[in-house]
Design a protein around this ligand. Structure first.
Ligand code: AMP
Length: 178
């Protein structure tokens, strides 16, 4: 049936694995075929927010850059605001920053100091959970501006990297687990 909701298996089948991108040894999960399909893209959003309804979340916080795609759509669907967490130096106003370790080196992400109101209920979204460093740093930023994370939602989780261990205490949802 064409109009039946997309299943996780169908979404997984559309995710393209690109070996050795952006560097040797990385299996890059290319989600562009999922985004290009109206049925699969909207299916992702429905599954990533399943159980949440308008009025339950004040803001959806999305992580630079592919997290924005899902977080913005989820925000519209949940009638909530959208807040970007961006790489350092990209946000124009005053920011809080948080650094975290990468396999090689360190990365810093930022949020506007007034992005949330104290006590705001937040759904945090990124496309993919790998080592968990990015999401853990984003969760710290949400806390710094007074937000309360209800849940962290990912389209993809690389389970073998054990990113969940860096996100203890938060409810985590991921649709496709490798
Ligand atoms: P991490 O901080 O290790 O959990 O990395 C998560 C971030 O890196 C996410 O924003 C992803 O978009 C990106 N990322 C890490 N590994 C991959 C991968 N294998 N394929 C696509 N994106 C990835």
């Amino acid at each position: 049936m064409k109009d039946s909701p997309a299943t996780v298996a169908e979404i997984q089948a559309a995710i393209r694995n690109v070996p050795d991108f952006p560097q040797p040894g990385i299996q890059f999960k290319d989600i562009t075929p999922v985004l290009a399909s109206p049925r699969l893209f909207s299916g992702c959003i429905e599954l990533m927010i399943d159980g949440l309804r308008p009025g339950m979340v004040d803001a959806v916080v999305g992580i630079d850059a592919r997290g924005f795609i899902f977080a913005a759509a989820a925000a519209v669907r949940l009638q909530a605001g959208f807040v970007p967490v961006r790489k350092k130096g990209k946000l124009p106003y005053r920011t809080h920053e948080q650094s975290y370790d990468l396999e090689y080196g360190r990365n810093t992400i930022a949020i506007h100091v007034d992005a949330l109101k104290p006590g705001d209920r937040v759904l945090l979204i990124d496309d993919l959970l790998a080592t968990g460093g990015t999401a853990a740093a984003a969760a710290e930023l949400v806390k710094k501006v007074g937000g309360r994370i209800l849940e962290i939602s990912f389209l993809i989780e690389l389970g073998f990297l054990k990113g969940r261990e860096k996100l203890r205490g938060y409810p985590i949802r991921s649709l496709v687990v490798y």
